[in-house]
Structures are given as C-alpha cells and as structure tokens.
Design a protein around this ligand. Structure first.
Ligand code: TYD
Length: 221
C-alpha cells in the first residue's frame, strides 16, 4: 500500500515568469524529501515532445491543434503521470489541461465545451490536486516576452486580444474551482513570490500527510 502522490500544475500567460519559479519549487519539494517527477506539456514523453514541436511551429487548424494537445496529454497522463502518482511520487507539471481551456478555449475562441469533452475522455475525472496560476497584467507579460525570446513560437506571436482572452479564460477556471488554485501575483519581486509559494507548498505537504488515504499501488482502471 502506497499513498498516492500529489499532482501540482503551473499555469500562466507566456511571459508571466512561470519557468523562473518551477525549478525553485522542484528544489524545495525535493529538499522536503519528496520523490518528485518534474515534467511539462505539451511534451513529457518522446511522442509528446514530437507533438510539441509540431504544435508550436507548424500552422494547423484549431481543432487539429486541440486534438494534438490532448493526444500528447493522453500519452503523458497514462504512461507517465498516473503511474508516477500511483507509485506515490509527486508530480510537478509545467502546464496541463487548464492551458487548453485558456489557449484553445479562450485565446483561439473554441469555447470550453470541446475541451471539457476531451478532458473527460482522457482524464476520466482525474486531474491536478493543486494549480499555481502565475498572473500578470497583459502588458507586463508581453514586455517580458519581448525581452526574453529570440524566436517566438505560434502562440508567442499572437496579439494582445488573444492573450487577453487567454487570461480571462484562466480566470474563469479559477472562478469555477477556487479551492484548487493559488493565484500568484507574479508582478511582485522573486523573494516575495517565493515566500508565498513556500507557504502554499508547506500547507500542501501538511494536508497531504493528514488527509490522503493510503491507496493500493498498481494501475488504475
Ligand atoms: P510554454 O510552457 O510557454 O513553453 P516555453 O516556456 O518553453 O515557451 O508552453 C508552450 C505553449 O503551448 C504556450 O504558449 C501555451 C501552449 N499550450 C496550449 O496552447 N495548450 C495547451 O494545452 C498547452 C499545454 C500549452
């Protein structure tokens, strides 16, 4: 019998500074003694990384883009994330299904329904235990993006209206499930943000030890 691990995701607009905090969070969790898997979407498997290349750089229909995100996600969830959680490992993932709601559903204006259907089909009611949304005003994200990037991908090249819709769709996700989200004001200084993250991670660790019932290891149906 092993306790199921905790599934944590990081989200935010391109340029919100999410990547800066991911390594630090991974280090903190490992120092806390956890066996941590650090991964990303789209990607996280050999097939997923190939799909990432396509979806970030090749022009395609919106439905194709959405299906490829979920093809990569299905492979990632079934062959990497779920087995790791079942073995008691913690998983820290750079973006997950909230990004599909935000970017394809919101930014690209597909709406949430098709994403919900694919989410149900692939994840069957299972998903992140906790999500950190790194939130910055659009102007700040765009400024950081311009400073940090040499060659932009298909998403980073989008205009202000796209990112405004994406940000709004993220906020709709938070409103629909506030208990799962920590919204981080990513405009603050790094030390300040780290203090907030540390507090949240400590609470997560305590809650996990107090509440998670032991589950049987092995594949889930
Ligand atoms: P990102 O984490 O920004 O990678 P990097 O920091 O290396 O640029 O992710 C790549 C892009 O993929 C990002 O612009 C958002 C997009 N994306 C979607 O549109 N839908 C999704 O479901 C996922 C997971 C990502």
């Amino acid at each position: 019998m092993t306790r199921r691990g905790c599934f944590i995701t990081l989200e935010g607009l391109d340029g919100a500074g999410k990547s800066t905090h991911l390594d630090w969070m991974a280090g903190w969790l490992r120092r806390a003694g956890l066996d941590l898997l650090c991964t990303r979407e789209p990607g996280g498997t050999p097939l997923g990384e190939s799909l990432r290349e396509l979806v970030l750089h090749q022009s395609m229909d919106l439905r194709t883009e959405t299906l490829l995100m979920f093809a990569a996600r299905n492979e990632h969830w079934r062959t990497v994330i779920r087995p790791a959680l079942d073995q008691g490992r913690w998983v820290l993932c750079d973006r997950y299904t909230d990004a599909s709601f935000a970017y394809q559903g919101g930014g690209r204006e597909l709406g949430p329904e098709p994403i919900r259907i694919l989410e149900d089909w692939v994840q069957q009611g299972q998903g992140p235990d906790c999500t950190f949304l790194f939130d910055v005003p659009l102007a700040v994200a765009r400024q950081r993006l311009q400073q940090g990037r040499e060659s932009a991908d298909r998403f980073e090249r989008e205009g202000a209206a796209f990112f405004e819709r994406t940000r709004q769709a993220y906020h709709a996700r938070v409103a629909a499930d506030p208990a799962r989200f920590h919204v981080i004001d990513a405009q603050r200084g790094i030390a300040d943000i780290r203090a907030t993250l540390e507090e949240a991670l400590q609470a997560l660790l305590r809650a996990h030890h107090d509440r998670t019932p032991a589950t049987r290891t092995g594949p889930t149906a």
